[in-house]
Design a protein around this ligand. Sequence first.
Ligand SMILES: Nc1ncnc2c1ncn2[C@@H]1O[C@H](COP(=O)(O)OP(=O)(O)OP(=O)(O)O)[C@@H](O)[C@H]1O
Ligand SMILES: [Mg+2]
Length: 507
Amino acid sequence: MKYITINEEFDWRMKIFNSLPFPSLILTPEKVIISANQAFLEKKKTDLNNVVGKTCHQIFYDTEKPCAEAICPFYKVIAEKKPQSILRRTEFNGDEEVWVDRMFSPILDDRGDVKFIMESVRDASRVITLEKRSIHIRQFLDKVIQSSPNAIITADRNGNLLLMNQAAERLFGYSMEEAIRTKNAEDFYPFGKAREIMKKLKNKNFGGEGTLTATRVDVVNEAGEVIPVEMTANLIYEGDKEVASTGIFYDLREKIAAEKKLKEILIQVAQSEKMASLGQLAAGVAHEINNPLTGILLYGNLALERVENDENPVRRYLKSVIDDAERCRDIVKNLLAYSRQASPTKEIFQVNSLIEHSLNLIRDQELLLNITVVKEMSDEMMLIHADKNQLSQVIINLVMNAADAMEKKGALTFRTYRKKPLKKVYIEVSDTGCGISEEHLSKIFDPFFTTKETGKGTGLGLSTSYGIIKENGGQISIKDTSNRGTTFLIELPLYTPDEKQSVLQNN
Ligand SMILES: Nc1ncnc2c1ncn2[C@@H]1O[C@H](COP(=O)(O)OP(=O)(O)OP(=O)(O)O)[C@@H](O)[C@H]1O
Ligand SMILES: [Mg+2]
């Protein structure tokens, strides 16, 4: 068969073909090359004579065998008379892969049949590399998002979830698949809150339009638990169009717990310091008052003996003087206990026996008549090494306070238990009284702090108790208080057999 070779005659078409920047060939439908442009010859470092008359598989793959129909676009170009292309990795150039995009365009004759096919080879390595890099970046970003310790969720404009990282799965308790299938972003917040957050996000006053700076909110997990978090959020735009939103959540539970603990410790420290300085003062004052008081009581009683007539008003006056002086003596006694002048006499005993002993002492008190006493006491071995009389004083103080708070009717519950690994014994005293207001909470262990009317309370009960418990190696605190009642918690060191032995030996 004879073909016209375009390059043999001066032809403007030939000029266009030659000036194409991509290596290009013109082939017959039988895949025989009839021309190659300048770019092709330069790329292949050959001349036209070595190319013309050969087939494309000879030139590209150095084989006599045509490529399989399934992968060669030639057949489709002829059948559909439309351009086709294939992407091929042709070689490795060092580390770099070389990819080419081979475009096949039909050249039709006057009848509309495919007469020739022009093949252009374009280097696609750059595009492929960029694509690979973008996949790599996407995978890398995915890893960054997944490894964030903060929970991240992204949702479209209607709240349909698009992404959830592992921390979000842990925080909310759903797998990403499950959440995408069954949840809307609104479900992650208490009712109505998601809308509020969206409003803030669109308002420029909370970090600029489309941004929400760190804000404290609540979220709801799979179990319906409300979890405090700090959240930041962003709207994601494509051009001007808002397409999605992303929220980043920092779980505040641990932080809040740590802050609470720290506050408790600071209160304890402040309390101890206050007690120490007030203790010294109290001891001094008590000491100074004790002597004149002894005189007052002595001479008061002597004077009383002299006034024999019961009708004499002086007798009444003297009795008042003596009553008040005795009250002062009690206060001084309490002050001395508080200032730890009285040193404890320690013994080993069961905690439950302490409760029984204390209750026995006040059993007949009028103020306990309408109070139901509940005992939830563990029958485990709970020995302590402490001053039983002092501790009884603490229990009685608590009972008296509880009775006052309940206005003499209600339930008084004693709970005892131990935590062996911590080597601790616990006594809880709960009442169903009025509770302690927030403003009084930090003061109730202060000496002379009382809310009771003059004559009814000196405000020394709890401060003395505090001193006694400290003296015996423990702690006293308020476990819980509300208008439904108050629970005091006493913590004491558990006595273990080894220590018991050593103490017995020491005695
Ligand atoms: N169980 C309780 N429920 C409610 N408030 C309490 C309770 N226990 C103590 N309080 C409050 O703490 C204050 C201080 O108690 P504290 O025992 O130290 O003094 P007091 O009872 O007022 O006087 P005192 O015990 O010296 O007679 C009380 O006045 C009361 O306001
Ligand atoms: Mg009291």
